[in-house]
Design a binder for this molecule. Sequence first.
Ligand code: TAP
Length: 517
Amino acid sequence: SQLVKIMRQGSGGSSGQQLDFEGFTLKANKREIRVPTQLFINGVFVDAEGQRTLDIVNPTNEEVLCQVACASSGDVDRAVQAAHTAFYGSWKQTTARQRGQLMLNLADLMEQHKEELATIESVDSGAVYTLALKTHVGMSIDAWRYFAGWCDKIQGSTIPVNPARPNNVLTFTRKEPIGVCGLITPWNYPLMMLSWKMAACIAAGNTCLIKPAQTCPLTALKFAELTVRAGFPPGVINVLPGKGSDAGQAVADHQLVRKLGFTGSTPIGKHIMKSCADSNLKKCSLELGGKSPLIIFADCDMDKAVKHGMSSVFFNKGENCIAAGRLFVEDRIHDEFVRRVLKDLRTMTIGDPLNRSTAHGPQNHKAHFEKLLDFCQRGVAEGAQLVYGGCRVPDLKGYFFTPTVFTNVTDDMYIAQEESFGPIMIISKFNGSDVDSLMQRANRTEYGLASGVFTKDIGKALSFADRVEAGTVFINVYNKTDVAAPFGGFKQSGYGKDLGQEAVNEYLKTKCVTVEY
Ligand code: TAP
């Protein structure tokens, strides 16, 4: 890896300082992209303690792409100290409107570099390039712009409390940033998960450090470089690739971290919540796993139901937290629905995610790929009918998993209850005249992230929305998320929202001031 120098942007233009980093050159997509490979702490790229590194594997060919610095608990401590100093120093001096402008600068830079970011994301995570450009990177830019707008609109309220006559009293609230925030994110949408959390956190006036998933931290590192160019003061944003059990745990345990924003699995979420409580009772928000029900009534628009039903499962190769984990299809249209899904699946282009005609790329990493094989074997062993896929794509190197369909799935089966996080459609039938037992089945899960329904009967759709126990409900559409709309789960899918105004509140605390006069 060779040293790169870029000019650091001061608040009034170039300050003439240089930013050096070690990186590697990614040659892909007819581009040569310099990607930093060191930790980003206090505005500079540095090696990890003891020069520890992680191998980063390209899921399309199973080859090692590069080595990236792997943070230890000592590195986490350095980053927290830097974020703490910035919080009480340079960042406090930065006005809300300046903060918003820095975020807009960053969004503009991300836009200018969007093809580079999407290329890195595609190579590192296996995301299809066209989707990486539109969703992984596009929605990240939207998030920075959307939350930039909140910076100078964070307001408290005046409250009519009872005065002790003859005196009067004024009570008002102030919304204040919490302090140093730790962010821990998964591997399915690396840059987007970073942006959803960090943009809200920074807009609220906090400083932060992020530990991205160890399998694909490259866009987070390229992003770190862009934060310097955008003019963020050192220490406000720190990026530390590393292992969850080590660097991630150190973030959750740290005494100076006051809030933890986590997206990942339910078991790790529970573990992290305990660490937050035991260390310093830090506030935490948890976006966890899901097994979202999608109901397809016989009176639906069948073309739409097939199109969205497929994307509810196969979007981003199933590595989608709100993916429909179970499809309930009304018995009268079940066979036709399955036939049409299979017809479309047979024409799905699988292959190099950088190829513009590819619809389905490799799974993110080896352990996940193997977990999917095991998941399908359990389905078959329990008697579900495997009607398509369930195996590696023949003759392709890389973690390519054939999009899969199971029918005749009963509620007690493992595959009906557990999240696969892969391109596996699980179909069960229901009798349309018994909506009560359908709702019981749909809600018989400890998860509550998302849900969907297809019907032309608006009354039926809205009554589903009333009764379903999930944080997100899609009607005659699926995966339609937006940076302005709150996103997050019920039950063991966690609590606290990403996106929308509610996300800003997750990173604020309320101070109540009372004056007697
Ligand atoms: P996890 O294994 O839970 O990992 C998530 C993050 O936590 C990773 O960065 C991981 O580090 C880190 N981590 C692991 N152990 C830790 C510990 N002891 N302390 C602190 N951090 C720790 O999940 P995953 O397999 O990456 O992601 C898949 C899961 O995420 C699925 O269940 C999916 O549904 C969920 N997800 C939910 C949402 C929303 S919005 N609800 C969105 C996307 C994904 P490593 O990189 O070392 O593993």
